[in-house]
Design a protein around this ligand. Structure first.
Ligand SMILES: Cc1ncc(COP(=O)(O)O)c(C=O)c1O
Length: 258
């Protein structure tokens, strides 16, 4: 390396890190205080059920060990519950961790990620950190995802599309038929991530989306580009455990495992 080195070397203004991260917002939530209801986090204000507390207390005994990276027990239980092969499931540090991993496996610098906007506020930072260019497709006047406009916004550079349903923060849901029409218009090499962090809150709807059922159906048809994300953070009130999981084609799960 040219220039001065050793103890006399003048201190650099700052470490040479990626300048493209400069424009990204700082994501640092405020710590919860007792009795606080953090609506912006969609977090349960209630303590976990007693059985969960007892299981966690028992697990403290094993903290000298690194965890099982494959999370084999939980993966097996989820596979049984959802009727899917364990090889199609991936667990991550919250579903937000899986969002980041999906971006990592799909995007190189300059690739495009399509997001509805407004939607989960972390998508732009996660995509930006992966080096991707974020394209935002506005919601409809009724605050719903505009899937036809999203399909039309896909370019040769698009590698991943987030479909958040129910959408954070607007609470609108897309129907199964809407998503099927959308998928028919998406090139099969573009990863579509159905973010169903709030799947359990869909409520009564004529044709509700069940991302896991849809991915199973897509796999039967030989389509491998659809992924459904779920989490223990919202309906199960276990945000502090940081467990998210996703169903994908086994080769995608394999890549996430890497
Ligand atoms: C739409 C959506 N997806 C994913 C997440 C991430 O949740 P977690 O990482 O706790 O599973 C959130 C959290 O607020 C969210 O709103």
């Amino acid at each position: 390396m040219n220039g001065p080195s050793g103890p006399d070397r003048p201190p650099a203004a700052r470490p040479r890190v990626r300048s493209d991260l400069d424009g990204l917002p700082l994501f640092r939530g405020r710590a919860a205080e007792s009795g606080m209801i953090r609506l912006d986090c969609n977090e349960s204000p209630l303590a976990p059920p007693a059985a969960v507390q007892a299981a966690l207390t028992g697990a403290v005994q094993g903290l000298n060990r690194y965890p099982d990276n494959a999370s084999a027990d939980l993966t097996a239980r989820l596979a049984e519950r959802h009727g899917v092969p364990p090889a199609a499931l991936s667990l991550g540090p919250g579903s937000v961790g899986l969002c980041a991993q999906l971006l990592q496996i799909a995007c190189a610098a300059g690739d495009e990620v399509l997001i509805p906007w407004r939607s989960f506020e972390v998508y732009p930072s996660l995509a930006g950190t992966a080096g991707a260019v974020v394209r935002r497709v506005p919601l409809t006047a009724g605050h719903a995802l505009d899937l036809p406009a999203m399909a039309a916004a896909i370019t040769d550079r698009t590698r991943l599309v987030f479909v958040c349903s129910p959408n954070n923060p607007t609470g609108t849901s897309v129907s199964r038929a809407d998503v099927e029409r959308f998928l028919a218009a998406v090139p099969p090499d573009v990863l579509v991530v159905l973010d169903e962090a709030y799947a359990e809150f869909t409520g009564r709807q004529a044709d509700p989306l069940d991302g896991f059922a849809l991915v199973r159906e897509q796999l039967r048809q030989g389509r491998t580009n659809v992924v459904a994300l779920r989490t223990f953070s919202k309906a199960y009130g276990l945000a502090g455990l940081r467990i998210g999981y996703c169903l994908s084609a086994p080769p995608v799960a394999e890549l996430l495992g890497r």
